[in-house]
Design a protein. Structure first.
Length: 289
C-alpha cells in the first residue's frame, strides 16, 4: 500500500511538473516595439492645392505593385532601419516562451475604408489566410485582442507582421494604378486628391519619357534604363531633381512636390501621405520641408 502511495505521489508530482512546464512555456512575454514614428504627418497645402490630381511614371513589376499596395493597406508592424519593429495597427505585441502563440493588441479607433473600425475580428479575417499555410489559426480573445496560434514556432516572426497588408487600412483607396484619397483616414487627409501611377511601356520609351519630363507632366518618373543622349540633354533642363535608390533605380522628382521622401533603402515603403503639390518650383530637400 505504501509503495502504491509513493508511486502515485511520484506520478502526480511528475504530472504537475510537466503541466507546470507547459503552462510556463505558454505564458506570454512582451515583444519590445520601438516608439511609433510620425509617419502620418498631414501635409500643409495652400488653399485649393489639396485638390490636385497628379500623375507618376514607374516601371511595371512586383516592386511597383508593392508600392501601390502599401499606400492603401498598412501592415500590422513596420520594420525600422535598425532591424526593430514599431506598431502600425497594434499597440502591443506579446509572444509565448515556446514561440507558438502571438498576441496582438489592436489599436483603438482606426477607421477602415468601408466605414467600420479595425478590431480583432477584422484583423483575424485579414491575417487568417496568411497564417493558415504556416499551420496557424487566429483566435479572437476579445474585441481588441487577437491570438495567432501555430503548431510549431513559425519562421520569420515577427517580421511577417511587417509584410502582411491589412486591406482598407491605408490613406488611399486603390483601383488599379489609381490611388484616391481616403477622406476618413484616422491621422488626417492626404495632401492631394488622387495620383495615377502609369506603367505603360510606350511612355517609358526614350522620346516619350523625355517629353513627359520636359512638359512637367509627372510628379515623379523613374528612369527607364535606356535614353538617348539627345533626350537626356533635354531632361537635364526640366524642373526635376534626381534621387538614386539603393537598388540602382533613379527617380526624377518634380520640384513642385512637397515633402516627398522616397525610402532609398527600399522605395516600396515610401509614403505618399503628407505629400502635396505646390505652386512653384523648389529644389529637392532631403528633409522634405
Amino acid at each position: 500500500m505504501k509503495k502504491t502511495l509513493v508511486a502515485l505521489a511520484v506520478l502526480l508530482a511528475t504530472a504537475l511538473g510537466v503541466g507546470g512546464y507547459f503552462f510556463f512555456q505558454d505564458g506570454l512575454v512582451p515583444v519590445p516595439l520601438a516608439e511609433r514614428l510620425m509617419r502620418f504627418v498631414p501635409g500643409k497645402p495652400e488653399y485649393g492645392e489639396d485638390q490636385a490630381r497628379i500623375e507618376a511614371l514607374m516601371l511595371p513589376g512586383p516592386k511597383t505593385e508593392a508600392f501601390l499596395t502599401g499606400q492603401a493597406a498598412l501592415t500590422v508592424l513596420e520594420e525600422q532601419p535598425v532591424g526593430i519593429f514599431s506598431g502600425q495597427l497594434v499597440t502591443a505585441l506579446e509572444v509565448s516562451r515556446h514561440g507558438r502563440r502571438w498576441r496582438l493588441t489592436v489599436i483603438q479607433g482606426w477607421r477602415l475604408q468601408d466605414g467600420s473600425q479595425l478590431n480583432a475580428a477584422r484583423l483575424a479575417a485579414s491575417l487568417g489566410p496568411r497564417v493558415l499555410p504556416l499551420g496557424g489559426e487566429c483566435q479572437v480573445v476579445d474585441a481588441m485582442t487577437l491570438d495567432l496560434r501555430f503548431k510549431v514556432r513559425p519562421q520569420g516572426m515577427p517580421g511577417l507582421l511587417a509584410q502582411w497588408p491589412v486591406a482598407g487600412s491605408g490613406p488611399f483607396i486603390r483601383q488599379g494604378g489609381v490611388l484616391t484619397r481616403f477622406e476618413g483616414f484616422t491621422p488626417g487627409r492626404a495632401g492631394f486628391a488622387a495620383v495615377e501611377v502609369r506603367t505603360d511601356p510606350a511612355l517609358l520609351e526614350s522620346r516619350a519619357w523625355a517629353d513627359g519630363l520636359v512638359s512637367a507632366r509627372w510628379a515623379w518618373a523613374v528612369f527607364p534604363g535606356q535614353v538617348t543622349p539627345e533626350d537626356m540633354a533635354r531632361v537635364r533642363l526640366a524642373p526635376y531633381d534626381e534621387l538614386r535608390m539603393k537598388d540602382g533605380s533613379v527617380w526624377f522628382l518634380s520640384r513642385r512636390l512637397r515633402r516627398l521622401r522616397p525610402d532609398q533603402e527600399d522605395w516600396t515603403r515610401t509614403r505618399l501621405f503628407g505629400v502635396w503639390k505646390g505652386g512653384m518650383d523648389l529644389p529637392y530637400d532631403s528633409l522634405g520641408m
